[in-house]
Write a protein of this length. Sequence first.
Length: 368
Amino acid sequence: MKERAKHLFKLHALLMIFGLALLTGCDQSSSTTPAAIQEAPAFSYDQAEVQSSKPWTSENFKNNPDNFQFAIVGDRTGGANVQGTFTLAMNQLNLLQPEFVINVGDIIEGYSRDKEELNAQWEEAEAMVTKLEMPFFFVRGNHDVSYPEAREVWRDRHGPSYYHFVYRDVLFMALDSEDAPRLDPPPGMEEQIKLYNRLQTEDPQKAKEMLAEFMKDESIVAGLSKPVEFPEEQFNWIKKTLEENDDVRWTFLFMHEPSWENPSDSFKAIQALLKDRPFTWFAGHLHYYDYDNIDGREYITMGPAGASWHHDGPGNVDHITWITMTDAGPQIGNIALKGIFDRKGLDPSLFGAYDRKGAVMPEEQQNK
């Protein structure tokens, strides 16, 4: 019995050793499988086909996973949008596929106390925006919240007047340059805007003369040139948001009016809060592209995306701003809307939007 027990014990031990060997073999096999079936490289080529000199440069591919792209779009309202320029911008953003889009205000014409009309304007604008295949972030402009009734409509539809979010370790802050009480628009403003918008297409020269006459009104000029003030509540929110996000790699700020053109004390105080961090600031309102570098920081005023042109010069361009966020900071490029079209070519239904003349595509081209 003892001999048999010894034999069984040896047999059991051998089986255990054999089993462990099998298990070890299985472990080795399973652990080596991922290494054997590695993910294919993003770029490969036939080394037998290309042996020495290569028909491409040696630069690394721009595929840093920490980089991301987003777009900014300027004012829609203030005339000329009847030509479909803003719709064109939305279509082209879908072609370019940014990760998200931010506006700098003036999406609706506004300057009405009729909530039903204001909501109808928002529904028209949002019907364009919701065609985007990515998020669209709103910022308040003077046309959007021109009267108390318009502010209520904004609050009902879009919530807070200023807010922030963090995306890929970058802080985005949407400020409200329309927060402090401003001068009421002059009487008849709503009717004048409607007439001006119509003339933008029907008689551009007359529209230009009307704008020049409008700007002769000293009270209007005084209101437009008044520095933008940031009330204490918004200033404290800005300070708190910056303190709570002091370790982000970059900060972007957006608002409607370019307050740096005529800075108030409250704006200068905000600049002081930002002095120790890298940031870039964007605004709109002037319907004319402009670039400023103040103390080594970039301040950019967007050109329009359908709004009327208020000045003559190279800043009169319907465009989007394209930003690629990199480890070294943002790479910023501007793309004129008339420089983008899809694989089928120019869209006949938006032909007038490309050149801002309200032109009609020649019939022979429409039928091609």
